[in-house]
Every structure is written in structure tokens, then in C-alpha cells.
Design a protein around this ligand. Structure first.
Ligand code: AMP
Length: 273
């Protein structure tokens, strides 16, 4: 396992690799969700590289940048056990310079849902992912469906800028009780965690109704809201894969996205239909 802190060194290393490169960008505090992406990147490529970088440009003022969990040593162990070839863990200065050009997220799909509540968040995500794609020389890059809007915007950037990388969607890994794994789950108290179970329950209930033939989003929304009663719901959204609002579910091309606040923790989850 090689560890790179310097961007140029990492870029030189990946450029010299022969064969396919599977790349998994993360913010660290690795859990089973990340590990599933790494396992897939490892299985499907000649080389597997992971980045661990808590990207400041995707946090808004007042968000949890300072307290975001950092577990570098444990993360290195996890990567080693998973057979990762190299980790890129740059400092902020190694990745960002002064007064740089930025990628701006699409006007519409980048500024609705999470982008509406966190304006500029996806500009930061796309900017760092562009830098990481250039440095990783990835053949395939692995992203979790858990962050649906992020994944769809990255896929859009790749197609808009003709980037030579294939985006691989990976299913959301959940705790046994349904809660989507997230580095932010550690912020939850016992009581908040059991409240948070309503999120996946509401999505699974909608999924079950869709399975029985209910394709109208109105009753699906009503059922989800009843299951999320007492929770601070930021949004429940029914969209197509371009993040355009829909009234009717189409099997194979629809998405249900949910964001809630539990205490001071913001949690997102979704269902790909
Ligand atoms: P993060 O470290 O939160 O920025 O996530 C890094 C990558 O792991 C992103 O592509 C996420 O979508 C993915 N990821 C995070 N949580 C999960 C999960 N529970 N299941 C699958 N992928 C996940």
C-alpha cells in the first residue's frame, strides 16, 4: 500500500500504471459502504486507488467541516486489508491553489434538493472530483447511490466535458435495521438513531406500494410523510434520472429522494426505482 500526500507524485504514479485503474474517492471515516465500493473497484480493475480528503469547498459556512470525523490510521488499515494499491490523502494546500477556476454545478439540477439547502455544495463536489479524476487517471470511478444527486451530477459533468472515465453506480449499503450507512451516523444519539430508522422505512414502504402497482407519486408521498411524522423533513422528492420532478413513477428510471434533520444532523437517503 503506497500513500501519497503530494498531488504531482500521485499523478505521476497513476500515469505510469499499466492496465485499468479503479478509483474510489472518499472523505474517509471508512465504513462498509465505502468498503463495498473499494471491493468492487479492486475486483473489476488491474489497480485500485482510493482518495481520502475532507474537501472544504463542499462545506458551507456553519456546516460540520471542523467536526467531520477523521480516522486516518483506521482508514489506512481498512485499505490495506482490502488490497488497495495506493491512497491519495492530500492536505488542502496540496490540492487547492490561490484564486483558481472552479466547476459550477448545473443551474437547475445543481441548485435544487440538496443544492437548494446547501447552495454551492455541488460546485465544491464537482471541482474536487474533477481534480481527483485528472490525478487518478481512473478508468472506472466508483460512487454510491446513497448520494444520488451527487452521482447524477458527476455523471453529467463526465458527459458534458467528455472526461475519459467510466462512472460506476454502487448500491447503498445499510445497517441490518435499514439505516443507510454514513460517516455522519456517529453524530446520532441512541434516541436519534432509532428516530432515523423512519427514513429507510418510509422509502421501503413506498417501494412496496410501487411493487403492488401504485405509481402515482401523491399517495406515495402521503404514506412516506405519515411514516416520517414528527421528523423534520427537508424534502421528499420524486424525480427522473435527470432530477426532473415527476408525478408518476416509471419503473427503471425514477428516484425517490429524502432529506431530514434529526437534532443537528442532516441525513439523506433514496430509492432507485
Ligand atoms: P463520502 O466519504 O461520504 O464522501 O462517500 C464516498 C463515497 O462512498 C461516495 O460515492 C458515497 O456515495 C459512497 N457511500 C457513502 N455511504 C455509502 C453507503 N452507505 N453505501 C454505498 N456507498 C456509500
Amino acid at each position: 500500500l503506497q500513500i501519497f500526500h503530494c498531488a504531482k507524485e500521485f499523478g505521476k504514479y497513476t500515469k505510469a500504471l499499466r492496465g485499468t485503474i479503479g478509483f474510489v474517492p472518499t472523505m474517509g471515516a471508512l465504513h462498509e459502504g465505502h468498503i463495498s465500493l473499494i471491493a468492487r473497484a479492486k475486483a473489476e480493475n488491474d489497480h485500485c486507488v482510493v482518495s481520502i480528503f475532507v474537501n472544504p469547498t463542499q462545506f458551507l459556512a456553519g456546516e460540520d467541516l471542523a467536526k467531520y470525523p477523521r480516522k486516518d490510521e483506521a482508514d489506512k488499515k481498512i485499505c490495506e486489508l482490502a488490497g488497495v494499491d495506493a491512497i491519495f490523502m492530500p492536505t488542502i494546500d496540496a490540492l487547492y491553489g490561490h484564486d483558481e477556476p472552479k466547476i459550477i454545478a448545473p443551474n437547475v439540477s445543481g441548485y435544487i434538493l440538496d443544492g437548494e439547502r446547501r447552495p454551492g455544495h455541488f460546485d465544491g463536489v464537482l471541482t474536487v472530483v474533477m481534480k481527483l479524476f485528472m490525478l487518478s487517471n481512473a478508468t472506472n470511478a466508483y460512487f454510491g447511490q446513497k448520494d444520488a444527486q451527487q452521482l447524477l451530477l458527476i455523471r453529467k459533468m463526465v458527459s458534458s466535458y467528455f472526461l475519459p472515465v467510466n462512472i460506476v453506480l454502487c448500491p447503498t449499503v445499510r445497517e441490518k435495521d435499514g439505516l443507510a450507512m454514513s460517516s455522519r451516523n456517529i453524530y446520532l444519539s441512541q434516541e436519534e438513531r432509532s428516530k432515523a430508522l423512519c427514513i429507510s422505512k418510509s422509502l421501503f414502504a413506498a417501494g412496496a406500494l410501487i411493487g403492488k402497482g401504485e405509481l402515482d407519486c401523491k399517495p406515495l408521498d402521503a404514506v412516506m410523510r405519515s411514516l416520517l411524522d414528527g421528523i423534520d423533513v427537508e424534502y421528499i422528492a420524486f424525480c427522473d434520472r435527470d432530477l426532473r420532478k415527476i408525478d408518476h413513477i416509471e419503473i427503471g428510471s425514477s428516484l425517490i429522494l429524502v432529506a431530514v434533520r434529526i437534532g443537528s444532523t442532516r441525513l439523506i437517503d433514496n430509492l432507485w426505482i
